[in-house]
Design a protein around this ligand. Structure first.
Ligand SMILES: NC(=O)c1ccc[n+]([C@@H]2O[C@H](COP(=O)([O-])OP(=O)(O)OC[C@H]3O[C@@H](n4cnc5c(N)ncnc54)[C@H](O)[C@@H]3O)[C@@H](O)[C@H]2O)c1
Length: 398
């Protein structure tokens, strides 16, 4: 007999996502023998207490009698219950200094910690990622910002809609001008961007056409690794080689800066990778007016990413000559949309996706005989670092 408890988020500002939706809780209860589910009452979750109650799930202030406790963000040390198994994003695997005390508390309280970020398939592919909805929200916000700048059309805010389904209804009748949109990347974020491009009726074209032609309708091009990078000497691109030796490559993006209106950036980037363009490339021929930097590394692949904005206020301007931050939509600026928690604008869909992955790949084994996926993501077993995480010993010691 196992009792699962969904905890109330304790970190401030609170995350409105949740690990399991009401119907997923019901599914667990009905389909896994001996499993019960309780939800700690919360006024800030994207699914209300009432929705859980309606699904037949107990909502209570106290979940301390549950064996397995699931949250989203870091659990404040004083809220941790000793001798339990916890699942949440601990943000400790890179020895993040701001969470060292949390690591100490987890150890002191004999906790078993399974970190969502470490749940991976055998080949290292992460099981739980919010990239798709980051792409969806980021693409919407990018087009919205372009509309605000030019006054040619108007799009509302994503978070004001109940969910994704309601959002896409607002695209019926939307007529975009003949803009050119460059989408970079090939992972989950890029897939979310492409979904919005297609729903907004933007036509996909090939890179050569995109660069050479004028169109009488809105178009986008998807630029993947080989379109974006080339070896400085060999003039080739090999994915594995690039990942290991990125400093030997240069960017091929420059021509696109001269025929793009909106850049939707969805690549994975590291400091050894070339940037898409450099600040010096921003001259009279640089046509990009709006950048939705969903990748969102400050001073990263987009050199004019000056840091994060918030969901409430997602866009700022960057002056084309001084590179200083300005108000959005100013005459001499390029607009940058940079927000680090984009999926929180669609928390119900992001949560449903999260729970689906947990139900498919994690929870049945966690409640049964365990699995390699779970073992690899277990950072602490009853307050002790597991072998795979022994590199955290100095960080964990106090
Ligand atoms: N702003 C936000 O709210 C938000 C939310 C989610 C993700 N992101 C960011 O967006 C970026 C893309 O995320 P994603 O979910 O699409 O990633 P993903 O793991 O789904 O895709 C990564 C893609 O990058 C490529 N890649 C290049 N170098 C790589 C390397 N060294 N290791 C692994 N893959 C490499 C892969 O081939 C793959 O196509 C990430 O930087 C992520 O942090 C931002």
């Amino acid at each position: 007999m196992f009792a699962i408890g969904l905890i109330k988020e304790g970190k401030k500002p609170g995350d409105n996502r949740v690990a399991l939706t009401p119907s997923q809780c019901k599914w667990l209860k009905d389909n896994i023998t001996g499993c019960s589910v309780k939800v700690q009452s919360s006024a800030h979750r994207c699914f209300s207490d009432e929705e859980y109650r309606k699904a037949g799930i107990e909502v209570t202030a106290d979940v301390s009698d549950c064996d397995i406790l699931m949250g989203i963000k870091e659990v404040p040390a004083d809220m941790l219950i000793a001798n339990r198994t916890y699942l949440f994003f601990s943000h400790t695997k890179k020895k993040q200094p701001y969470n060292q005390q949390l690591m100490h508390a987890l150890i002191d309280k004999n906790i078993t910690l399974i970190d969502y970020e470490c749940l991976e398939h055998e080949d290292g592919q992460r099981i739980i990622g919010f990239g798709f909805f980051a792409g969806v929200v980021g693409a919407h916000n990018g087009v919205m910002a372009y509309g605000n700048r030019t006054g040619e059309f108007e799009l509302g805010r994503v978070y004001k809609h109940k969910d994704y389904r309601e959002l896409i209804h607002t695209y019926f009748g939307l007529r975009l001008p003949n803009i050119k949109i460059a989408v970079t990347g090939s992972g989950r974020v890029a897939h979310g961007i492409l979904e919005i491009m297609n729903l907004m009726g933007v036509t996909e074209v090939e890179p050569d056409e995109y660069l050479e032609r004028k169109f009488s309708y809105p178009v986008y091009v998807q630029l993947k690794g080989h379109d974006l990078y080339t070896h400085k000497e060999l003039k080739t691109y090999k994915r594995e080689h690039f990942h290991e030796n990125a400093e030997e490559y240069r960017s091929r993006f420059l021509p696109y800066t001269r025929s793009t209106d909106i850049l939707m950036n969805g690549i994975y980037w590291e400091t050894s990778y070339p940037r898409l363009f450099e600040k010096e490339d921003i001259n009279e021929s640089f046509t990009i007016q709006t950048i939705a930097d969903i990748t969102d590394d400050m001073d990263g692949s987009v050199p004019i990413n000056l840091g994060d904005q918030t969901i409430q206020d997602p866009v700022y301007g960057v002056h084309r000559k001084t590179f200083e931050k300005t108000v959005p939509y100013a005459h001499d600026s390029i607009d940058v949309m940079a927000v680090g928690n984009l999926p929180n604008e669609l928390p119900r869909d992001a949560s449903r996706y999260f729970g689906e992955q947990l139900l498919k790949y994690v929870l049945p084994d966690l409640l049964g005989n365990g699995s390699d996926i779970i073992n690899r993501a277990t950072m602490l077993q009853k307050g002790k670092l597991t072998a795979a995480f022994s590199y955290l010993e100095d960080y964990a010691r106090h």
